[in-house]
Design a protein around this ligand. Sequence first.
Ligand SMILES: NC(=O)c1ccc[n+]([C@@H]2O[C@H](COP(=O)([O-])OP(=O)(O)OC[C@H]3O[C@@H](n4cnc5c(N)ncnc54)[C@H](OP(=O)(O)O)[C@@H]3O)[C@@H](O)[C@H]2O)c1
Length: 256
Amino acid sequence: MIVLVTGASSGIGAACAARLEKAGHTVVGASRSGKGGRVLDVRDPAAIDKLLADVELEFGRIDAVVNSAGVAVGGPVEDTPLELVQAQFETNLMGAVYLFRAAAPYLRRSAPSRMIHISSLAAHIALPYQALYSASHAGANAFCQALRYEMAPHGVRVIVVEPGSFRTGLTTNRRSPELSEPYAKAARTALDSNDRDELKGVDPEQLAELVEKLLTARNPPDRCSAGLWEERIGLAARRFLPERIFRRIIGSHYGV
Ligand SMILES: NC(=O)c1ccc[n+]([C@@H]2O[C@H](COP(=O)([O-])OP(=O)(O)OC[C@H]3O[C@@H](n4cnc5c(N)ncnc54)[C@H](OP(=O)(O)O)[C@@H]3O)[C@@H](O)[C@H]2O)c1
């Protein structure tokens, strides 16, 4: 299988690229820095077009695209400069839109084929002081959900993976504005709690194993969560608990 993996320089994308390569697939890894692969900024539609064309020329086809390029912006919405707001949505939401839109004709040609998007549990369980991050993933989830209607008749599966806390570069790479009153104390408490969860989170190798299965399974699910059961159970709890009770439970975990 010829697989393009974005976000391949670190964390989940790097684990996926290594695992798929070890399993015998031809992997083209790409990231903003290009570390260990090609340079690709998913915010740049022209660069995406060029990379896809290059990969097809070089390998004859593209069987799957795994999109793990993402950034995290944490902090109070009011404090966050527009430049960071835009970086959050341009990477996590528009990056997925640009990439899958451009990859569609390639994947139709090689069908049966797959688009796998690495989303987050935060798409369903919005996190305190991570409103922009949560919204970027929720937007990409809705995009993928609707895209399935367009791609499925042509043999292209669109699969969303929703990880809980994993130990990756995301924690140190997270960008936050300077915290100001009246939010500073609560925001710091919530973000510190989030960092602790990620630092004791799951090894991304586990997620790579799941992605490999999703790429090769005959009938993969449209969407699946990954990580600690204590976090994933929140998906079910969210469905039957009243919104306000659920918010209190999540808020108290994050100390807000
Ligand atoms: N770790 C977790 O606990 C967790 C939980 C839920 C969801 N996720 C999601 O999983 C995805 C991967 O995150 P990670 O945890 O693996 O974080 P990571 O270790 O920080 O890796 C992020 C990757 O995305 C790349 N990237 C960032 N901006 C990019 C851009 N504009 N164009 C191309 N590549 C770009 C980075 O490349 P450079 O290094 O070159 O910048 C890096 O390879 C993200 O969407 C994240 O929100 C992670």
